[in-house]
Design a protein around this ligand. Sequence first.
Ligand code: FMN
Length: 186
Amino acid sequence: MRDALEVIFTRQSIGDLKPDPVPRELLETILLAAVQAPNHYKVRPWRFVVLTGTAREKMGEVLAQSFAERYPHAPASALEKERAKPLRAPVIIAVGVDKPTEPRVSEIENICAAAAAVQNLLLAAHALGLAAKWRTGEDALNPHLKQFLGFAPDQHLIALVYLGYPAIEVGPANRPGFEDRTVWRE
Ligand SMILES: Cc1cc2nc3c(=O)[nH]c(=O)nc-3n(C[C@H](O)[C@H](O)[C@H](O)COP(=O)(O)O)c2cc1C
């Protein structure tokens, strides 16, 4: 296990992944890391759907069909692109958020907790030598995809984490610092 700060500083979004499968044990470690996230009232608002193998092909079919519905004149190549999207990774972890069921729990807090779980998940994947990319875009708002994943229409789908072994080596991230986003008050 790498030092926590080193893992945080070296994590990067990587979308270029090998097709090699990821052992179930590693996926379980990653999910266990995800659920260590803070969550107000301990409601555990996160929901994970792990897609591997042919489940990704079924997801691609859902994306292609829904694309065809939205863009009836789309060329076959565009539909094929949609169909192939989930095949970019051997594993996709979709993350949904529960709606609050009691007045003291707020929707934004549940979303924050689930997002913290996603970050834990990304860091754990990186610590284990895997690579990942948190994706959303139109797919995260797609009601057909939500239904396919078993989420209710009013449940937020906050992440489609594409996960696998990295196919490329990336250089340093060189991110801007915190200074221009921080004020100090005494
Ligand atoms: C809520 C959220 C949604 C994101 N959606 C996408 C996406 O749809 N496509 C994509 O390429 N990257 C997506 N990203 C990843 C960001 O593009 C990425 O984190 C950013 O480029 C910084 O790169 P880094 O993660 O390597 O620091 C998303 C990140 C977050 C937090």
